[in-house]
Design a binder for this molecule. Structure first.
Ligand SMILES: Nc1ncnc2c1ncn2[C@@H]1O[C@H](COP(=O)(O)OP(=O)(O)O)[C@@H](O)[C@H]1O
Ligand SMILES: [Mg+2]
Length: 281
């Protein structure tokens, strides 16, 4: 028997009714199939609908059209309790701002999802959490409070927490957004490595094309649909965006008095590697 892909999106749509009674079509028909062990990146400027899409994939929000199949199962047919159970058991989340509970140690944070796990996971929660902390290289920081850890260490704790129940799908929303370049790349490499080990699928949302380049496949979310980053549409959209701000440094810290436009333009190919400038929606 041929296995269904872990995730299958067919003409997936999400629109919202604005107070003006106008309909805002955020996602206009997304088709995507993600297999176990795959790593997909989705890039897009701010306001393009990335978080909306992630909330659908994470069974947090409901689509307004099309289909979302998880392991062949049409999730729109599930009641809230079954969705919550499926989410807890099968999906791990990593956020830009880590979202660790302060006042709880690193170990307690990683143990948290196991409180809702199977009986076996519950009783072995401390051991499993310690193993996961060890896997992300933080066994010696288990008793630290998040506020005493660096940003990179906090994100590694968050990765351990997301993965401790061995989810089949990992959703990362701008996981490197609050980290410096080197730390961000290390965190991405770790996430990718652990996802592969456990044959989980990883979907990373990012505005940084260098982060996206670490995935197997990258798509641009634009005008409510996905485009392979190598497609003509994506190249055009990306070079138009990159034209606003040249390189990573220009985005991170433009030197005082230096207009971004004063920087040398990137070569046309830089569209695939330079970060996307986030513009406020
Ligand atoms: N519940 C909502 N009601 C009204 N507008 C929304 C709602 N959710 C999202 N939007 C709008 O949809 C667009 C996409 O939002 P979002 O998915 O958060 O984008 P991104 O994560 O790419 O920045 C934005 O213009 C946002 O303001
Ligand atoms: Mg967002």
């Amino acid at each position: 028997m041929v296995n269904a892909p872990l995730l299958e999106l067919r003409d997936l749509r999400r629109s919202v009714r604005l107070p003006s009674r106008e309909e805002l079509h955020i996602l206009r028909g997304i088709d995507l199939s993600v297999e176990s062990g795959d790593h997909v990146a989705i890039v897009g400027r701010s306001g393009s609908g990335k978080t909306t899409l992630l909330n659908l994939l994470g069974l947090i929000d409901h689509q307004t059209g099309g289909e979302l199949l998880f392991d062949g199962l049409d999730v729109s047919r599930l009641g809230d309790r079954r969705r919550a159970r499926l989410r807890g058991a099968s999906i791990g989340f990593v956020f830009q701002q880590f979202n660790l509970l302060d006042g709880r140690t690193a170990l307690e944070n990683v143990m948290m999802p196991l409180m809702y796990g199977s009986a076996g996971q519950f009783w072995r929660r401390e051991k499993l959490a310690l193993e996961m902390l060890e896997r992300v290289g933080l066994a010696d920081r288990a008793q630290q409070l998040p506020s005493r850890l660096s940003g990179g260490e906090q994100q590694r704790v968050a990765v351990a927490r997301a993965l401790v129940r061995r989810p089949r799908l990992i959703l990362a929303d701008e996981p490197t957004g609050a980290l410096d370049v080197t730390t961000g790349e290390a965190v991405m490499a770790l996430l990718d490595e652990i996802a592969r080990e456990s044959e989980a699928a990883l979907v990373t949302i990012t505005h940084d094309l260098q982060v996206a380049a670490l995935s197997r496949r990258s798509f641009l979310l634009d005008e409510g649909t996905l485009h392979d980053v190598r497609s003509d549409h994506a190249r055009e959209a990306l070079s138009a965006t990159v034209g606003l701000r040249a390189g990573r440094e220009a985005v991170a810290a433009p030197p005082a008095g230096t207009a971004p436009s004063a920087r040398t333009s990137p070569p046309a190919d830089a569209a695939r590697t330079a970060p996307l400038q986030e513009t406020q929606a």
